[in-house]
Design a protein around this ligand. Structure first.
Ligand code: NAD
Ligand code: G6P
Ligand code: MN
Length: 443
């Protein structure tokens, strides 16, 4: 395939849209584009970034056609790739996902625990709606979906749209590998060969090798016991001490739970929930940081570009960490057989986990989609943790389909982040009220 491609960004009003546009524009030689569209169901929000994105595109390549729309037909007609990053309920609902659980002494987090469950119940319908538009207007199109909570969304898609051309992917391993590459002192994460398995936001590296095949994991574990994912004393001193710094540093405690692996930082919410709750300000959570930080910065920068009519001097940057989206699109369009971590049906890859679990494992990606690699048997510790979490995610999707109060209560009860059935029920009752209009009505 050497024709130029057409992409639509679903969730066009996202704070990530400008950096993804810049990243696409920076990769036109690898992924030639003839059309970029933004699609959102909130016109006002999308307009906060739309004009600036138009200017960025015109500056780089005025031959690229640019369309901004809230009309699904216009958005999804004649597209080869949909990059989907929607947030149903937007940041105000994320804030409730974080703050309601904290009232009950539980982890308040975007994708983990009760917050992730609540978000999952909102996301499923939004993602399915976009898949249906895609299939109606561009049946050959691939959706590269990173709308969260990715595990629950992936489970729902696999169950309700099993034949759809949707690939679920997360940037967290990329972020962690970039950090490991820096710690090791190699230019790029692509200089490393890794082995990893788990669920989304719930996994472990079992091998990190350099290109000569030397195993670096034990040495990295020693580093991590002191600094987590922080790059030594220098970064300890210079880094901005936001919640991501804390999370990266906290990995030093997680690594102790199984020093034969390097853990995903998100495991802290499952393995250290009491610590997390104790160290979270219930009145100022990550959403507040995002609203006061990324959202403000991105929208202000976009307004400035719009006012000036050019982007010279802008603080907007290419989303380097989002390069995996381009890699994935290129693998599909040009059959590169790149090895990537994707969220896919297990189907025997992890031998001692059920076939229908949605797992995050390395896959080879080419023109016809992905082929998962084999992991083999995993240890009892990881198996136990994963099976519990898989059951939570399955119960959420069943609750959504069957509109079942009972199953959603069970999902909350089973979550490692919720201590008892009583608290699970109180939480559920408050989450139902907060999510009115976003969740199916539960019976
Ligand atoms: P945001 O609220 O800034 O933007 C999301 C946009 O989606 C909003 O403009 C909203 O109006 C739009 N939207 C909501 N429902 C929609 C629908 N049904 N159809 C079309 N548009 C819809 O959110 P954000 O902070 O930029 O994050 C966007 C999403 O990307 C979130 O789901 C976030 O969790 C996810 N994300 C995932 C990864 C990953 O690794 N998987 C990384 C970063 C962000
Ligand atoms: C990582 C995760 C995403 C998550 C994001 C939250 O990138 O992989 O799944 O949405 O972090 O970041 P934020 O800055 O919005 O808290
Ligand atoms: Mn993620």
């Amino acid at each position: 395939m050497n024709r130029k491609l057409s992409v639509v960004i679903a969730g066009g009003g996202s704070t990530y849209t400008p950096e993804i546009i810049l990243m696409l524009l920076d990769n036109l030689e690898r992924l030639p584009l003839r059309k970029i569209k933004l699609y959102d169901n909130d016109e006002e929000r999308q307009n906060k970034v739309a004009k600036a994105c138009e200017i960025l595109i015109k500056e780089k390549d005025p031959t690229i056609q640019y369309i901004v729309t809230t009309d699904p037909k216009e958005a999804y007609t004649d597209v080869d790739f949909c990059l989907a990053h929607i947030r149903v309920g937007k940041l105000p609902m994320r804030e409730l996902d974080e703050k309601i659980p904290l009232k009950y002494g539980c982890v308040g987090q975007e994708t983990c625990g009760p917050g992730g469950i609540a978000y999952g119940m909102r996301s499923i319908g939004g993602v399915l709606e976009n898949i249906d538009y895609m299939e109606k207007y561009s049946p050959h199109c691939w959706m590269l979906n990173y709308s969260n909570p990715a595990s629950i969304v992936a489970e729902a898609v696999s169950k309700l749209r099993p034949n759809s051309r949707v690939i679920n992917i997360c940037d967290m391993p990329i972020g962690m590998e970039n950090r490991l590459a820096e710690i090791i002192g190699v230019p790029s994460r692509k200089d490393l060969d890794i082995r990893y398995y788990g669920l989304n936001h719930f996994g472990w590296y079992t091998s990190i090798k350099d290109k000569s095949g030397n195993e670096l994991l034990p040495g990295l574990v020693e580093h991590m016991k002191k600094y987590g994912f922080i790059n030594g004393e220098k970064e300890m001193k210079t880094a901005e001490k936001d919640s991501w710094f804390e999370t990266n540093l906290f990995a030093k405690y997680i690594v102790e739970t199984d020093p034969t692996t390097i853990p995903n930082t998100y495991l802290k919410y499952y393995l250290f929930p009491d610590y997390v709750v104790e160290h979270t300000n219930p009145n100022y959570t990550r959403t507040n940081e995002v609203i006061d930080g990324r959202e403000k910065d991105v929208f202000t920068a976009c307004a400035e570009i719009e006012r000036n009519g050019h982007s010279k001097g802008t603080i907007l940057k290419i989303g380097i960490h989002a390069e995996f989206i381009v890699d994935l699109a290129i693998a599909l369009a040009f059959n590169t057989h790149e090895r990537m971590l994707l969220i896919v049906k297990n189907n025997g890859s992890i031998q001692n986990i059920s076939d229908d679990a949605m797992v995050e494992i390395p896959c080879i990606v080419g023109k016809d989609g992905y082929e998962p690699l084999t992991i083999g048997k995993i240890p009892t510790f990881q198996k136990g943790l994963m099976e519990q979490q898989v059951a939570v995610e399955k119960l959420v999707v069943e609750a959504w389909i069957e509109e079942s109060y009972q199953k959603l209560w069970q999902a909350l009860m089973l979550s490692k982040t919720v201590p008892s059935a009583i608290i699970a029920k109180q939480l559920l009752d408050e989450l139902i009220i907060a999510n009115k209009g976003y969740w199916p009505e539960l019976h």
